[in-house]
Design a binder for this molecule. Structure first.
Ligand code: FES
Length: 352
């Protein structure tokens, strides 16, 4: 590598150092470092002690934040009362924020008030020789020494405690990936739809006659027995699984009908799960001319004329179709539950 003082300044890799060589060749002289100004904590042991206590309090706050997360996660029992869910979410958020902020602010405050702040300038060079490696080791040792971590056990111990505890809430929350009955695919396999259950408008609950649907129309429907589910929370869960998009098209526009599905529609009226098979957003946009359904989250597009197969986007499988018919009074009813689990496609489902 060439040095500007010894070679051609246009030579690749030349190093320019302000103030070296011919001073007349540089437009701006090296201003050097500003004079060092000692901080209050450098001169007054009382101030240093106070700063130490402040850093200790910040690390302690981090530990309290982590403990808050554990308490909120394990001690608050979720019931039908959504207030408890809100309380838990609030405490989880506040706890994680305290846990991270406490460590971050503590380290910054420590560095700004207690660690030595003299300026050092060193040219950068490759660490190739053993002597340089030892020098680097020495620098690390000096940094540890100057940080005062050995002399300030109060700060050191709370920092160790805060850093060790902070990642634990994240690890514990992996528990929610549990594949037990409560969280597994089985829970998505059955919905409230069953033979003879009427399709009703949401939220009025009024049943729908086939004649109410004009060609090109679509509506969001739920099962009539949803109103019988006790408890607000459970009702919301069941609704999320059972919600259906109903649309009517010209029967001649239906292009694909697989074996066994010949009677799943009624005079061009067709129904599918509204839960996107990508990650579960509501598929809500129906384009009457193309019969395409669009999920607004990541633009997965499904073709209602071809059994809701995916024609664009990240969704992994078609939207489940609900077999429908009409009852004796002319109201639209389900023939059965969905024949496959609704919702996102997971590897555990063994499906593509
Ligand atoms: S959730 Fe529908 S495309 Fe992603």
């Amino acid at each position: 590598m060439g040095e500007h003082g010894h070679g051609d300044p246009n030579e690749p890799g030349a190093v320019i150092r302000a103030g070296e060589g011919d001073p007349g060749r540089y437009a701006i002289a090296d201003p050097g470092l500003p004079p060092h100004r000692p901080r209050l904590a450098d001169e007054d042991p009382q101030v240093a002690k106070r700063s130490e206590r402040q850093v200790f309090v910040l690390f302690l706050l981090s530990i309290i934040g982590t403990i808050t997360v554990f308490v909120a996660y394990f001690a608050i029992e979720l019931t039908e009362d959504l207030q408890m869910l809100r309380l838990q979410n609030t405490l989880l958020g506040v706890g994680v924020a305290l846990s991270m902020l406490g460590i971050g602010l503590g380290v910054v405050h420590w560095a700004k008030t207690l660690m030595p702040d003299h300026e050092l300038v060193e040219a950068r060079k490759p660490l190739r020789k053993e002597s340089e490696r030892q020098e680097a080791e020495k620098i690390v040792g000096d940094v540890l020494e100057e940080s005062g971590i050995k002399r300030r056990p109060l700060i050191r111990n709370t920092l160790i405690g805060a850093v060790l505890l902070a990642p634990l809430p994240g690890i514990v929350m992996f528990r929610d990936l549990d594949q037990s009955d409560d969280f597994g695919v089985e829970r998505m396999r059955h919905s409230l739809w069953d033979e003879g259950v009427r399709l009703v408008r949401d939220p009025t609950g009024t049943p729908i006659r086939a004649a109410d649907m004009t060609v090109g129309s679509s509506m969001h429907v739920v099962p009539e027995n949803l109103r019988d589910v006790p408890g607000h929370g459970d009702r919301l869960t069941e609704k999320a699984k059972a919600v259906v998009l109903l649309m009517r098209m010209n029967p001649d526009d239906i292009e694909t009908v697989s074996e066994g599905r010949e009677d799943w529609t009624y005079d061009g009226i067709i129904a599918c799960s509204k839960v996107c098979t990508h990650v579960g957003c509501p598929v809500a946009l129906y384009e009457r001319h193309t019969h395409h359904l669009l999920c607004p989250c990541h633009q997965s597009t499904f073709d209602a004329a071809n059994e809701f197969k995916v024609i664009f986007g990240p969704a992994g499988r078609p939207l489940p179709q609900l077999p429908i018919s009409v009852d004796d009074e002319g109201y639209l009813v389900a023939q059965s539950d969905f024949t496959e689990p609704v919702g996102p496609t997971y590897w555990e489902r063994g499906e593509k």
